[in-house]
Ligand binder design. Sequence first.
Ligand code: ADP
Ligand code: MG
Length: 728
Amino acid sequence: MAILRFHAIKESLAYKPVHIEEKERRSELFGKNVFNENTMRQYLTKDAFNGVMNAINLGKKIDRSIADQVSSSMKDWALSKGVTHYTHWFQPLTGATAEKHDAFFETIGGGMAIEKFGGDQLVQQEPDASSFPNGGIRNTFEARGYTAWDPTSPAFIYETTLCIPTIFVAYTGEALDFKTPLLRALNAVDTAATAVCRYFDKNVKKVTSSLGWEQEYFLIDKMLAASRPDIMLTGRTLLGHPAAKGQQLDDHYFGSIPNRALNFMRDLETECMLLGIPVKTRHNEVAPNQFELAPIYEEANLAVDHNSLLMDIMGRVASRHHFKVLFHEKPFIGMNGSGKHNNWSLSTDTGVNLLGPGKTPMSNLQFLTFFINTIKAVYKYEALLRATVASASNDHRLGSSEAPPAIMSVFIGEQLTKVLDELEGVTKGKLSPAEKTELKLNVIGKIPDVLLDNTDRNRTSSFAFTGNKFEFRSVGSTANCGNPMTVLNTIVAKQLQDFKIEVDTLINKKDLKKDEAIFNVLREYIKETKAILFEGNGYGKPWEIEAKKRGLSNNKSTPEALKAKISKESIALFEDMNVMSKVETQARYEIEMEAYSKHIQIEGRVLGDIARNHIVPTAIKYQNILIENVRGLKEIFEEKYHDVSREQVLLIQDISSHIAGINSNVTKMVDERRKANTIEDIEKKALAYCKKVKPLFEDIRYHCDKLELLVDDEIWPLTKYRELLFTR
Ligand code: ADP
Ligand code: MG
């Protein structure tokens, strides 16, 4: 191992950056490898084109003859670009993307062959689904699932494969992926939001949910990463003493991007352009070797696909630049972790951002309606929202004073707080003409179309309003955005549905005018949801104490947080909104609970192995050198050897105590793991891993990291933090 470390360092130092040329303008590259509207216009007959567009815009079914035409044109387009294979591309609940390539090639007898791609193959495939997580939905003997074309996300070419975005469902209809419930949630929010929009504008026919994600990641030299079994197997360092210099000088954030990283980014961005992923922003993040990439926001389903695709491509492009990308939320102790802020908004087919203040009092009332309903949704379902970002790796981030805490709260800024305070005073029932005028002129009329203090600069809020969108900051960098986006859109849909019923009731039963009814309902919402609004510092004890008083949940670990997914209300919510059946909700809960235990189990095994088989033997080796030294000193100095070997003897003792510390804690950990493994109940098992196994990681790490400081650098087997984090 020690040899591997030095070999890796040598290789990484000798590495010469790949030369990257960007010959074409980005606007010219953009979408070149996508079967997008423009390409479809060129390749499809008018009928086929209209069929696909109606499917995209109106959710209409595509009939078989159209599918045949589309597949044939897709094939022609793909062949013209040197493509040989096609695949259904989907996002199973493993968190990675999945694909199974088939060649277009087909034999037709007589020793001849053709390229073929029929409508059947476009529309549906049957990957052997038995090896994907399903949470007990399917037993292996009926292990059949199928993938089905999602025409709302365009097919694309990656290398020599035509990729067709699809959903993945069991034969019995249950969703086995992230996309299916997301599409259902987007449909639910469209229906509910459109109905509410029509209070304000009868022309609105469709509301679209938008997502702009911000992907944070670390770049580590490939060889150096390969020299660390913990990074390779768990995506993070399970041990390692922090380097003397970390991020304390704040010299990395927005600093000039190191050349090698920049070349990687340029290469990656070219790939993104070809695939129609509209990446726009790149910069250094807070920690050394940490970066961020953000696109221009898009329709949520497409944005989720693009983020999943990007994460896949990043790994491959990184490899060309001798890097390994780390998406883990906390790869290095003592350094900032990585997140994936989800910027979210709703907009109409008439071009209005429903979360952006408007220019007229009426458009501002519409804005406030969506703004306040979102707050109410987050308040009502805060525990569920927290559950959607729960994972073993994100546990390192939430609640550790650098990312939002595990408590959900909404930041809205000073100006909007004032507006809500004023609206709270609206008269119950009918409003006088004077009050209406006052509201229109001086309250909602005064919401500036640019909200100056809208950006939450303390960055501690989990859900912040940032001018024309909400930013859900708790999402982890490894997450598939499909999960949080499904839940966010579902809870907002449900809330808007409830709102509409309340407003209609006031109009019909209490004879209120539309705007009076809206003011009345919003006033009550403002009163009811105060507990979720928080403008202060989200870090530290005071907020935890305050949040508890307010009745907000504070589930710091995944097993505790996940429970909210299968509460009565959550199950009813997903059923009511046609997003997930009870079986689907429960299956997801089981999959995530199990994934948690497995992650901790793997980390425990890797840590045990490194500590016992790499660190302890190294410590003993060094101890033997010291013992040899003491023996030599005894030979030379005879009785006086005590004086000259005092420090060495202390070191020998120190090393022994750390070795003992490692061994006893690893033994304890293995015992606890054994016990946890015998537990049948998945929740109790996950809790055992969380409360009994995981805490021992810290004790084991403590002794290993102390040894790192004692043992001769020449024989230390694991590549150190300073080497991992400061290679250029
Ligand atoms: P930050 O200050 O957090 O870095 P930016 O203003 O740079 O935020 O935007 C971050 C992300 O938000 C980008 O992906 C951007 O496209 C997205 N975004 C901007 N406006 C909207 C919107 N109305 N809806 C959804 N996402 C948006
Ligand atoms: Mg942001």
